[in-house]
Ligand binder design. Structure first.
Ligand code: BES
Ligand code: MN
Ligand code: MN
Length: 462
């Protein structure tokens, strides 16, 4: 048996132990965005550092001003590229908790009506289950052969879900230690349950919270109605003016740097046979929104957007209360593509908002860290190796996809450290990431581990 076959056989034999370890990590409530969960975030980092040390890495927890990083190194002494594997141990908040069928931090395997098995827990797919596919592949390699086929550095962070504020400076401060020949990232999805995918582009993001204030206190809506400014109405008109009747964003300069895909890419995507009816049907919808002259996959992958993620102001309790609120709030995020500049988009947005705020009102902004979009070089040699390894595991050609979501640090890998990234993930559309009842298919976990073993083996070849 060749050494890769032995490693794969070991992965199969040890799957139950791999699952036990994943469950231990899933039990840790590492919600990064809620300060109440600071201690569990550190616990997750310590758990991972111990895990890496146990399998033969030199790993440590590294403090930052936010949640800690985990960095581990394992030298193979072999020629060939040195890779950096990146993942995030933080998870999204669990609310609304009442919609979960079980405790989000009490993982379990469930069997679906079609007989397939799923791992249910917060973080199972985003991103603990995914990052553990790599750790378990490395473990099997080390246990079976005593070595890895190439030099590997592992970097885990605990703030991806809030835009990686500590990781950006951490990369600058630890450039030499973290710069490798290639980054491997496991935080994306497959095309469908049978078809593996490598993402060749990622949308960027920039966000802002807007607070409009008017009167010095809430007012009687009869006594003052018609005379005093109402911040709820101002926020509503700001939101309403962001799109024109064709679904285009109206901010001046918004589409600067947006790039149309080469025809070979759109053709490749056409051949994927995407059905927007099925895609929306799964979530109880039917009719795609978005720019009218664009294809459904363009809406998701290659076009920029703005979404209001939350808005509030005034009375929200039971019954009615005749009041004009003194302030109103809305949270906005833009998804960016091509060479759109997050700072310029934020400037244009703020200028637009200010133009909509009448003289009697004030407006404040709370910025959210921005990160530009990323496109990978289609000619990158690692892409071919990744495709070959995934095809061997899944028995199907790899789909080269875009990705609607963002992984803020990946752009910095390129810009700050000069590293390309290979974005390989095993998530599925119905994993319900960020939602109640998040799950990861057992097949994603098992074949994900096997896939990484094959990718490492392939990357180590000349
Ligand atoms: N893993 C996701 C990104 C993702 C989403 C990949 C959907 C594949 C499909 C990542 O953890 C994420 O949620 N990113 C955030 C970043 C933001 C909070 C700065 C996102 O995209 O909203
Ligand atoms: Mn993620
Ligand atoms: Mn996420």
């Amino acid at each position: 048996m060749s050494s890769i076959d032995k490693v794969l056989a070991r992965i199969d034999a040890n799957l139950d132990n791999s699952l036990d370890r994943l469950f231990d990590l899933l039990k840790i409530k590492s919600i990064s965005t809620d300060p109440a969960f600071k201690a569990p975030c550190r616990e997750a980092a310590e758990w991972l550092a111990k895990e890496l040390n146990d399998i033969g890495f030199e790993a440590s927890v590294r403090d930052t001003t936010g949640h800690p990083m985990v960095v581990g190194h394992r030298k193979s002494g072999k020629p060939g590229p040195h890779v950096l594997f990146y993942g995030h141990y933080d998870v999204q908040p669990v609310d609304p908790l009442n919609l979960w069928k079980r405790d989000p931090f009490d993982p379990a395997i469930e069997t679906k009506p079609d007989g397939s098995k799923i791992i249910v827990a917060r973080g199972s797919a985003d991103d603990k289950g995914q990052l553990m596919t790599f750790v378990e592949a490395a473990r099997a390699y080390l246990e079976e052969t005593g070595d890895l086929p190439l030099d590997v550095t592992i970097l885990f962070e605990g703030e991806e879900e809030s835009g990686s504020p500590s990781l950006h400076p951490f990369l600058d401060a630890n450039k030499d230690e973290l710069t490798c020949d290639l980054a491997l990232v496991c935080d994306t999805g497959m095309w469908d349950a049978e078809t593996p995918a490598i993402s060749i582009m990622l949308r960027g993001m920039v966000g802002d919270e807007v607070i409009v204030k008017a009167a010095s206190r809430d007012l009687h809506s009869g006594s003052y109605g018609g005379s005093a400014q109402n911040p709820n109405h101002i926020i509503a008109s700001i939101i309403a003016g962001l799109h024109d009747e064709n679904g285009k964003v109206t901010l001046p300069g918004f589409y600067d740097g947006v790039i149309d895909m080469p025809e070979e890419v759109t053709r490749m995507w056409d051949e994927l046979g995407f059905s927007v009816e099925e895609f929306l049907g799964d979530v109880g919808l039917k009719y795609p929104r978005g720019e009218k002259d664009r294809m459904p996959l363009e809406h998701l992958w290659t076009r920029p957007t703005v979404e209001v993620n939350g808005m509030w102001g005034g009375y929200q309790g039971a019954g009615s209360k005749t009041v004009i609120p003194s302030e109103a709030h809305a949270k906005f995020t833009f998804r960016l593509v091509g060479d759109q500049d997050p700072d310029k988009i934020q400037e244009a947005f703020r200028a637009y908002v200010r133009s909509k705020v009448p003289a009697d009102c004030t407006v404040d902004f709370i910025a959210k860290d921005g990160s530009p979009a990323l496109r990978l070089d289609f000619a990158m040699p690692a892409l071919e190796k990744g495709k070959k390894a995934l095809k061997a595991e899944w028995g199907k050609d790899v789909a080269l996809t875009g990705m609607g979501g963002s992984i803020p640090i990946v752009g910095d890998f390129k810009r700050k450290l000069g590293m390309d990234s290979l974005l390989i993930g095993f998530g599925l559309e119905d994993d319900q990431i960020h939602s109640p009842n998040e799950k990861y298919n057992l097949t994603s976990f098992h074949k994900g581990i096997r896939s990484w073993a094959r990718v490492l083996d392939e990357l180590a070849k000349d």
